[in-house]
Design a protein around this ligand. Structure first.
Ligand SMILES: NC(=O)c1ccc[n+]([C@@H]2O[C@H](COP(=O)([O-])OP(=O)(O)OC[C@H]3O[C@@H](n4cnc5c(N)ncnc54)[C@H](O)[C@@H]3O)[C@@H](O)[C@H]2O)c1
Length: 415
């Protein structure tokens, strides 16, 4: 980039980060104040989350608290150049780029590992797993990891049960202030927004199949239904399928639901949830989008090999010709709400990053057991209370009057 282009990128990145700050009362208030106690001063913290303005604001809060912050991206398609330039101009180290593919991203993550972070704020355990595989010494020296999402939490749990996690990790995902809001409302709203913005299509009456009915799938189904879509849910867990049915959605097998679907959105957290057998069931013109962490949740490589040809139908829409039918994939199968949209609403990331920032602070200042831990309940409560306070809301304290007196009058012999 030329000098002028860099200056313009810095200015634009700074405007975006300032917009985030103005709409992040928890990070900009309670979290900033808590982190000012010095626990993070001089600690090397790697932030490896989708590298856009909200992540940049978290990185800046950590840097202000005295941490030596290195920032990278958790997906090759979600890094934004203006934000990278703005962070660099403000003295933070960024190892990431917009416009690279998987090989460049892998290279950047290993370069990030070589900075020997002590604490990692990770997403999908992308840096943690690579450090374990390719930088085992630096991995063993990690003081801790705080992990953003469901898929990363599952990865860390599997490493812990195999005896391969030699330090404490925190699952931010399992904090209530994360999954109840981010996975459900954040992904629900923004996935539907991205689907509509990228396709320029109408949702009222549209037949949408959501694959996976966890927090993310529930959110997407709720928003799609509220806007008039006819929603079907493809689940493998019978309890969750029953829940989807009672929430008013059609449930059934792939053979029942996929034919005639205008859009299919994956949210399973696994890989190949929609692959060759499912492609055979899709109608002409079907749109495939992914909201789960893995870019492989829709098996795009298998679709590429099954198709006679493919072409760019619109920005971020690739149309695959399957002898007589066309199947359209949004954002190459990467998380559509981030790669094909602006990511979660700022207010949602204010909560998620409050969990992550306080998680890093907790790891720095507390002896935690090796393995996967959850943020203490009082911190989760404090985040929610801070958010309510920012909206001018205070709650009543719990009162002894409300406590069931079940123990009164029981004989002492039972104690
Ligand atoms: N796009 C985003 O911004 C965003 C935000 C939060 C989480 N995530 C990611 O979304 C994914 C889902 O998260 P979650 O919290 O809902 O997870 P979850 O584990 O609560 O739910 C996943 C559901 O998918 C079902 N499932 C698994 N494989 C399936 C298959 N092949 N077919 C049908 N159903 C299947 C499971 O039974 C489960 O009910 C994860 O990868 C998570 O990391 C994305």
């Amino acid at each position: 980039m030329t000098g002028q282009a860099v200056d313009e990128a810095i200015a634009e990145g700074r405007r975006k980060i300032e917009w985030v700050r103005r709409n992040s009362p928890v990070l900009d208030g309670y979290v900033r104040e808590t982190l000012a106690d010095g626990a993070l001063r001089g600690r090397r913290v790697a932030v490896v989350v989708h590298l856009e303005a909200k992540t940049a604001f978290l990185a800046k809060i950590l840097a202000e608290a005295g941490a030596e912050v290195v920032v990278g991206g958790s997906n090759p398609f979600t890094t934004r150049n203006d934000v990278v330039e703005a962070l660099r101009a403000d003295g933070l180290t960024v190892i990431g780029r917009e416009g690279g593919g998987y090989p460049e991203w892998e290279e950047d993550l290993l370069a990030l590992a070589d900075t020997e972070p002590e604490i990692v704020i990770d997403d999908g355990a992308e840096l943690t797993v690579r450090m374990a595989k390719h930088r085992p010494d630096a991995f063993r020296r990690l003081a801790g990891v705080t992990e953003e999402t469901t898929t990363g939490t599952h990865r860390l749990e599997r490493m812990a049960s195999a005896g391969m996690l030699p330090f404490p990790a925190l699952t931010a995902n399992n904090a209530r202030c994360k999954h109840l809001f981010d996975n459900r409302y954040g992904t629900g709203q923004t996935t539907v927004q991205a689907l509509l913005a990228l396709t320029n299509m109408q949702i009222a009456g549209m037949r949408i199949v959501v694959v996976g009915y966890g927090w993310v799938g529930r959110g997407i189904a709720t928003y799609a239904k509220a806007l008039g879509a006819r929603v079907g849910v493809l689940e493998v867990d019978p309890v969750r399928a029953l829940e989807a049915m009672m929430d008013g959605h059609a449930v059934g097998s792939a053979a029942d639901l996929l034919p005639g679907a205008a859009a299919v959105i994956t949210a399973t957290g696994g890989i190949r949830a929609v692959g060759l057998p499912e492609f055979d069931l899709l109608s002409d013109g079907a749109i495939l989008a992914n909201a789960g962490h893995h870019d492989l949740e829709i098996d795009v490589p298998a679709l590429e090999s099954a198709a006679t040809s493919s072409r760019q139908a619109r920005p971020q829409i690739r149309a695959f010709d399957l002898s007589g039918r066309v199947v359209n994939v949004l954002s190459e199968g990467a998380l559509v709400n981030i790669a094909g949209g602006s990511g979660h609403p700022i207010e949602i990331m204010d909560l998620t990053f409050a969990v992550q920032g306080l998680g890093a602070h907790h790891l720095a200042g507390t002896e935690l057991p090796v393995g996967v831990n959850v943020l203490p309940k009082h911190l989760d409560d404090a985040i929610a209370a801070a958010r309510l306070r920012a909206g001018g809301i205070t709650l009543d304290e719990p009162d002894q009057r409300h406590v069931d007196d079940v123990l009164a009058g029981l004989s002492e012999g039972l104690e």
